[in-house]
Design a protein around this ligand. Structure first.
Ligand code: TRP
Length: 460
């Protein structure tokens, strides 16, 4: 954790105390058994936490539409660490999601001084090219640039009214000397995350954002802001059932029948409640009671698992009545892979990671030098076995290169029992990594000159 108990999204130095992070920021842990067709990153516990993933899982089960929003900083070269999010994106895409990819060119300008034209080149040649090679389907993938999508910036500006500097100070540690472009970046990211729900970008549907834990402050901010704009709060009742409560705000007071003097126009209020009731009854609930004056509707027969569908109905009604109807995003969090030297992986330290276009020889050299979980002598290793939790070669097989669970289990057993030596596990890693890199290169070659297929109309 960068500063005290705060996460700094712009620092490469992130805590890997995942248990504490889960508790501290109120994340939910991943229940593997609830995920249909879990991918490699799920099966191996690499995706360790989430917010509201059950909403998306519900969409998968019921074949309802949902989207994924992911973002990239167009600076530096793409390396293994970046591929983890894409593995997840591809998995969601296979489960039916549409994919929106943000090129965070405004953020890169604000926080790293990358010019927009430089950012564009890097985004396309380095990131989009590798995303294509990693197997994203262009049919349902849309890449856009923050700087050329006015709807995102409009949303950022509009939603900026729902937060203030003190909140940004508390979340991000911004101070008086923070440059204002940097202050705007998180708001633009709020716009990135929420805009796929706008009618012109696919309309109301759950959006999941797969990220490393460093991005969670942005997700907390986005969820908080989205929720503040909602006209109806859908809450689980302690005594059982679900309550829908009007959230009366400046821009909906009249629609909800609140008059200037503070009195309630009963006719208007009753009509709102009729609409609410109709929506809820259409979901199949019949045991309802309303308190129009207090602005609440109780659904006695609803259980917590009904909340997503009730929320959807209320968001549609909000839109019908003129509100934004924004659903707070869902998110998943993956572990950070260890750097090859045993410390953090960082693109500014090439010896800590494997780049997508590393030569085989370069990669081999790095693996051979990588931090090992082996014992100091062969004799001790045979006796005590290797430590997978410290071994970079093993972990890279686990995170990136070895797709077959039973092969990985065998490697683990052999290494831990001392049958497999440190040099040998490194060679296995080199073999798999070579195959992986060569395949990626071949796929990149196939996509050469065709990357426009991934770009949205407004980024051509
Ligand atoms: N802030 C992200 C990063 O540092 C980039 C980004 C911008 C992003 N908008 C996003 C990531 C929306 C996820 C979702 O890498």
């Amino acid at each position: 954790m960068a500063k005290g108990d705060r996460i700094d999204p712009w620092s490469s130095d992130q805590s890997t105390d995942y248990g504490r992070i889960v508790d501290q920021f109120g994340l939910e842990t991943v229940d593997l058994s609830s995920i249909p067709n879990p991918g490699m990153l799920h099966r191996r516990g690499i995706v360790f936490a989430h917010r509201d993933l059950d909403v998306v899982v519900g969409c998968i089960h019921q074949a309802n539409p949902f989207g994924v929003l992911t973002g990239l900083m167009p600076s530096g070269r793409m390396h293994l660490g970046h591929s983890m999010v894409i593995d997840q994106v591809r998995w969601f895409q296979n489960q039916g999601a549409d994919i929106t990819v943000t090129v965070a060119d405004l953020e890169a300008l604000a926080t790293r001084g990358t010019s927009l034209s430089e950012g564009r080149k890097t985004a396309i040649n380095e990131y989009v090219h590798n995303y294509a090679a990693l197997g994203l389907d262009p049919q349902t993938t849309n890449v856009y640039f923050q700087s050329s999508r006015p709807a995102v910036q409009r949303l950022a500006f509009t939603l900026g009214r729902r937060t203030n500097l003190s909140e940004f100070e508390a979340i991000y540690g911004f101070g008086g000397d923070t440059n204002l472009a940097h202050v705007q970046a998180p708001l633009v990211q709020v716009g990135d995350i929420l805009h796929p729900q706008l009618e012109e970008f696919g309309g109301l549907r759950p959006i999941v954002v797969p990220v490393g834990i460093d991005q969670d402050p942005h997700l907390r901010l986005t969820r908080d802001i989205a929720q503040k704009t909602n006209w109806f709060n859908v809450k689980i009742r302690k005594a059982g059932g679900i309550t829908v409560a009007l959230s009366i705000q400046e821009d909906n007071a009249a629609m909800f029948g609140l008059m200037n003097g503070g009195t309630v126009d009963k006719g208007i209020r009753t009509r709102v409640f009729k609409k609410m009731e109709t929506g809820i009854r259409n979901l199949g609930f019949s045991d309802l009671s309303t308190n129009e004056k207090h602005g609440t509707l109780e659904i006695y027969g609803a259980t917590p698992s009904d909340r997503p569908s009730i929320r959807m109905v209320m968001l549609s009604l909000e839109r019908e009545m003129g509100g934004m109807g924004l659903m707070p995003p869902c998110s998943t969090y993956h572990r950070f892979a260890v750097g090859m030297t045993g410390d953090k992986m960082s693109s500014s330290k090439p010896e800590t990671t494997i780049f997508m276009d590393d030569e085989i020889e370069e990669m081999s050299k790095k693996v051979k030098r990588a931090h090992s979980g082996g014992q100091p002598t062969v004799e001790e290793h045979r006796r005590l076995g290797g430590d997978c939790s410290k071994d970079v070669a093993f972990q890279y097989l686990q995170f990136f290169f070895e797709k077959d669970d039973s092969v990985l289990d065998e490697i683990r057993r052999d290494y831990e029992s001392g049958r497999l030596l440190a040099g040998e596990i490194k060679q296995l890693c080199i073999n798999s990594a070579s195959e992986w890199l060569l395949d990626l290169k071949e796929k990149r070659d196939q996509w050469e000159g065709r990357l426009d297929e991934f770009l949205s109309q407004d980024s051509l």
